[in-house]
Design a protein around this ligand. Structure first.
Ligand SMILES: Cc1ncc(C[n+]2csc(CCOP(=O)(O)OP(=O)(O)O)c2C)c(N)n1
Ligand SMILES: [Mg+2]
Length: 411
């Protein structure tokens, strides 16, 4: 709505004289663009963040969702497992045992809490940092590490970058590096499920950086117009490689972008696993009931580099990282569990030992597997391998046989 300025005094009517030839109308003066005070606009939402756990792990009054003990412990164990997996994989990369890794330190609650709110039949369309979701759906640690190595057990047969897991049996769509594309894929898959009459909700992830991509706008619009049974979940970890969120958008929040598409939205503390779980559970229920999509912004922080190739000390202040360390999602949730007598030191030690052994065993098992057969370079392209591809493989092998591999990651 625009506010009009009061019309000036009406000009006094004069008796009509003999009308002279009408002068050509002067081009209308353009009114100056009204300043912000003259045009009351819809106010943006306040940017309120929904949370359950205070930073010290105590519960905000009346907000405890009172989840059953087994759900609480499942959430905690998954968060600890992904943290340990992450730590070890980054070490393997530094030791030259895998070529590349994208750490998620600090974002464990956002992934674990949201995936746990789904039913097993629901689909997951990951962005860059949701590998834990595949593991929660049953992708074994050995198969996950095989993907990072690109060995024979790797479902992508070494043809994808590390961290690009895919797990069809777990309804986990293969990750694409191309930012934002999975948003429209998620929306479309949800529409397809509805057309087929499948009782399936799709959870589609994105980073804050993806909200600047075309696919975000197409995906959000289609989802809202067609009431696609999906939940679009933005992990706002404050950075898109070296670009801070403030340079990504001047909107006060990412969540409020839902307004433009007429989509319900919620801004949730992404380092609070209970809040993420509760917000996603409500959104999933809405989608399943036929009430359309929800947009969730999980406010979190990428504590390490964008990937093992990145050095964030070049572009951000260490004090910022320290401030977010105090909001650590794992510590915070452990304090909550401990206060409720669901956790103690002995349980922590036992869990850490169990996970360390599982990760060690998985590394050993994956490293014992050889590379994919040369033939796999040309399989899975056509149902039957064409003579041209066979010829190309033979040529490639002739060249590769002569080349000395210097071990450098080809990026
Ligand atoms: C379409 C496209 N543009 C640029 C890139 C290069 N790129 C890779 S990751 C990334 C930043 C992604 O940031 P964000 O969406 O916030 O996810 P995060 O890495 O923080 O999880 C960019 C720009 C890309 N992969 N695809
Ligand atoms: Mg980001």
């Amino acid at each position: 709505m625009t506010a009009r300025s009061k019309p000036k005094k009406k000009p006094v009517a004069r008796p009509a004289a003999k009308a002279p030839a009408r002068p050509a109308p002067k081009p209308a003066k353009r009114a100056p663009a009204p300043g912000p005070k003259a045009v009351p606009t819809e106010t943006a939402p306040t940017g309120t963040v929904f949370f359950v756990l205070e930073d010290d792990g105590t519960v905000a009054r009346g907000k405890d969702p009172n989840l059953p003990r087994d759900v609480l412990l499942f959430l905690y164990e998954q968060m600890v497992q992904v943290r340990e997996f992450d730590r070890r994989m980054l070490m393997l990369q530094r030791q030259g045992r895998i070529g590349f890794y994208g750490p998620i330190l600090g974002q464990e609650a956002a992934t674990v809490g949201s995936v746990a709110a789904l039913e097993a039949r629901d689909w997951i369309f990951p962005a860059l940092r949701e590998g834990a979701a595949a593991m929660m759906r049953g992708l074994s640690l050995t198969t996950a590490i095989s993907q990072l190595i690109g060995n024979e057990l790797d479902r992508c047969k070494g043809r994808q970058m590390p961290c690009h897991y895919t797990f069809k049996e777990g309804n986990y769509y293969g990750m694409s590096s191309v930012i934002g594309t999975q948003i429209s894929h998620a929306v479309g898959a949800a529409m397809a499920a509805r057309i087929r009459g499948d009782d399936v909700v799709v959870l589609g992830y994105m980073g804050d950086g993806a909200t600047s991509a075309n696919d975000f706008h197409c995906g959000m619009n289609f989802a809202a117009v067609y009431r696609s049974p999906c939940v679009l979940f933005c992990q706002n970890n404050q950075w898109a490689i070296s670009v801070p969120c403030s340079k990504q958008s001047v909107s006060e929040t990412i969540a409020q972008k839902g307004i433009a598409y007429g989509m319900p939205f919620v801004r949730v503390d992404g380092n609070d696993v209970l809040a993420v779980y509760a917000a996603t559970r409500d959104a999933v229920a809405r989608a399943r009931a036929g009430d359309g999509p929800t947009f969730i912004e999980a406010v979190t922080y990428r504590r390490l580099g964008h990937s093992s190739s990145d050095d964030p000390s070049k572009y951000r202040d260490e004090a910022e990282v320290k401030a977010w360390e105090r909001k650590d999602p794992v510590d915070r949730f452990r304090r909550y569990l401990t206060a409720r007598s669901l956790w103690n030191e002995a349980a922590e030690t036992a869990l850490k030992e169990r996970i360390a052994k599982a990760v060690n065993d998985a590394i050993a098992a994956a490293e014992a597997v050889g590379p994919p057969a040369d033939e796999t370079l040309i399989t899975d392209v056509f149902a039957q391998v064409t003579p041209q591809l066979r010829e190309q493989l033979a040529d490639a092998m002739a060249v590769a046989g002569k080349r000395v591999n210097d071990g450098a990651f080809p990026l």
